[in-house]
Design a protein around this ligand. Structure first.
Ligand code: NAP
Length: 294
């Protein structure tokens, strides 16, 4: 392997330790403990698992979590009331509505009802809008894109002036990630399902961010020698040798690309742990702003 492994799990643990120390400091100086409310609608197994992981992560660093598990058939009006109650609750610094919501609910309206000061997922339309404007302060940045940039920073990878290619333009990953790279003065290209000659475009990248949800789409000969590769994708592929019958792979063919890149994230153990660490970071930062702590 020529590429350096970007160990997201270890970096996320370092960040969690830092947050734990900040929570203790806040408690001692201000008598305040940060709080995160999770709102889960319905019984999707994957959503339940994500919410469980987030609550566990909160407990580990000393952040209080407030769980709201709501029935699948909750009305828009009642869900808005839950969000409003959390907006008004001074113990809650962050509100996370687990997506996707059932089809009968209007997620844009729900996300837009979250107080800007508590939008720790960064999906409020105003927060996304600010992210898309030059020199606007963005209170909260969506956790997965923020985690990708944090990985580069903690690995000492400079972004300014680099050719960055983002694969994917979703509202939760590709688009905000592209905006963040632009804010950091990368020269940016965004690819999507209609991009022509995608391998040629990817070959220009000094920094490649893959978020398409296509198992091992990026091959070794797509990557410029020495590129830094961040793989956001999480895809289950059949594997009869595994107990569960499948294994998780990224959007990047790891074994091929690691021979060409200078640094690469694994899947699992790369971006995934960073997403949760950034949720804790955002919640902590919200609480710090509330008490005026530097
Ligand atoms: P998404 O909403 O499905 O968006 C996928 C994007 O990829 C779209 O912009 C789509 O283009 C583009 N795309 C799809 N097929 C393509 C192809 N063959 N060539 C080029 N572009 C293609 O997915 P997402 O929510 O952004 O998630 C992307 C991946 O990241 C998934 O594997 C997901 O599981 C993973 N993820 C991981 C984390 C984490 O914490 N590790 C968090 C979130 C997501 P169009 O816009 O043209 O349709």
């Amino acid at each position: 392997m020529s590429a350096q492994l970007i160990d997201g799990k270890a970096i996320a643990q370092t960040i969690r330790n830092e947050i734990k120390a900040e929570v203790e400091d806040m408690k001692a100086k201000y008598g305040k403990v940060p709080g995160l409310a999770t709102v889960l609608v319905g019984v999707r197994k994957d959503s339940q698992a994500y919410v469980r992981m987030k609550k566990k992560a909160c407990a580990e660093v000393g952040i209080t979590s407030f769980g709201h598990d709501l029935p699948e058939d909750i009305s828009q009006e009642d869900l808005l009331k839950v969000v409003q109650g959390l907006n008004d609750n001074p113990e809650v610094n962050g509100i996370l509505v687990q997506l996707p919501l059932p089809d009968h609910l209007d997620d844009e309206e729900i996300l837009g009802a979250i107080s800007l000061d508590k939008d720790v997922d960064g999906f409020h339309p105003l927060n996304i809008g600010r992210l898309s404007m030059k020199r606007r302060d963005h209170l909260y940045v969506p956790c997965t894109p923020k985690g990708c940039i944090e990985l580069l920073d903690r690995m000492g990878v400079s972004i300014e002036g680099k050719e960055a290619v983002v694969l994917g333009r979703s509202n939760i990953v590709g688009l905000p990630l592209a905006m963040l790279l632009l804010h950091r003065n990368a020269t940016l290209t965004i690819c999507h399902s209609r991009t022509k000659n995608i391998a040629d475009v990817v070959r220009k990248a000094d920094i490649l961010m893959a978020a398409v949800g296509r198992a091992e789409m990026v091959r070794g000969d797509w990557v410029k020698p020495g590129a830094v590769v961040i793989d956001v994708g999480v895809n289950a592929v059949d594997d009869p040798t595994k107990k569960k019958g499948y294994r998780l792979v990224g959007d990047v063919a790891f074994d091929e690309v690691k021979e060409v890149a200078s640094a690469i994230t694994p899947v699992p153990g790369g971006v995934g742990p960073m997403t949760i660490a950034m949720l804790l970071r955002n919640t902590m930062d919200g609480a710090k702003r509330e008490v005026g702590m530097e």
